[in-house]
Design a protein around this ligand. Structure first.
Ligand SMILES: Nc1ncnc2c1ncn2[C@@H]1O[C@H](COP(=O)(O)OP(=O)(O)OP(=O)(O)O)[C@@H](O)[C@H]1O
Ligand SMILES: [Mg+2]
Length: 259
């Protein structure tokens, strides 16, 4: 029954999109000539369309980054403010890879079966993690909205160009100290372990480091949270060592955080 309704709705939106696409100014919110639909399936396009009618964004301006499991698009809201749209891909998603970061987290104990539900859950999980961090005063992109597989957050960067990650930045001892402060604050203030903490998932901005990509982050009560924390410490320490920065002993640091 719900299937029939959703099919009807889908075809209605399809018709609407098709008729609007014929117009010159593309009021469907997608800029002409930009590749948008090639990587996005129909339900995702519908979700973006809903975000436009809900006034979350005015239009989608094109892709910023394409990963295997998610793509990030540059969106613009009605006040001309840039928004980052992280879209989790349903078709390519790999349940096995994500499962260890969900099962065991008491916040997600009532888990519905099915890939699509899991992808939607993953988007909500990242949103929730971002919110916990933002509320705790940890430097993360401000979460704005989540629906289905699309997460909207503050755009970090300028003119559609994201801020540089640590990987492509000059780094020093002060950056190391900030990176460790973030791990500590995640643990003590947001009660989270990032679980994918690395030079790839930290921006270096004019105002200091900012962590993002929090889909994997787990609650401290997750049975593996300490192992994830050790791995986070290991990965970030290795990066700074490679860049010639003196780092603290990893075991000492771990004990200091969990004590
Ligand atoms: N809030 C943001 N503002 C600007 N750019 C962003 C923002 N969030 C992500 N990006 C850009 O998109 C890229 C990918 O983002 P992210 O790391 O969250 O996804 P991912 O690595 O594909 O996720 P996963 O590791 O779960 O596959 C980032 O490296 C960054 O360049
Ligand atoms: Mg990433």
């Amino acid at each position: 029954m719900t299937d029939i309704i959703s099919k009807k709705l889908e075809s209605k939106i399809d018709q609407k999109l098709a008729s609007k696409a014929k117009r010159k100014h593309l009021p469907d919110g997608f800029k002409k000539g930009k590749v948008v639909n090639e990587v996005l399936d129909k339900p995702t396009v519908m979700t973006l369309y809903k975000m436009i009618t809900d006034h979350i964004i005015a239009y989608v301006n094109g892709p910023i980054s394409a990963g295997k499991e998610s793509v990030v698009f540059w969106g613009v809201d009605e006040n001309d403010i840039s928004v980052a749209l992280k879209i989790y891909l349903v078709s390519t998603s790999n349940f096995k890879k994500r499962e260890p970061y969900i099962t065991g987290d008491p916040r997600f104990s009532h888990l519905k079966k099915g890939t699509k539900n899991l992808v939607y859950l993953w988007a909500r999980k990242e949103f929730r993690n971002l919110t916990q961090c933002f509320d705790a005063g940890i430097p993360v992109p401000e979460p704005l909205y989540v629906t289905n597989n699309v997460l909207a957050m503050n755009f970090v960067g300028e003119n559609g160009v994201p801020a540089k990650s640590l990987l492509v930045s000059e780094v020093d001892g002060d950056d190391y100290r900030q990176a460790i402060t973030i791990i500590k604050d995640l643990y003590h203030k947001a009660k989270l372990v990032h679980a994918d903490y690395s030079e790839y998932n930290i921006f270096k901005t004019a105002n200091g480091l900012m962590v993002f990509d929090l889909g994997s982050a787990v609650d401290l009560r997750h049975p593996n949270s300490n192992n994830f924390l050790k791995r986070d410490i290991y990965n970030i320490s290795r990066f700074f060592v490679k860049r010639g920065v003196t780092v603290k002993d990893q075991d000492v640091l771990f004990e200091e955080i969990v004590k």
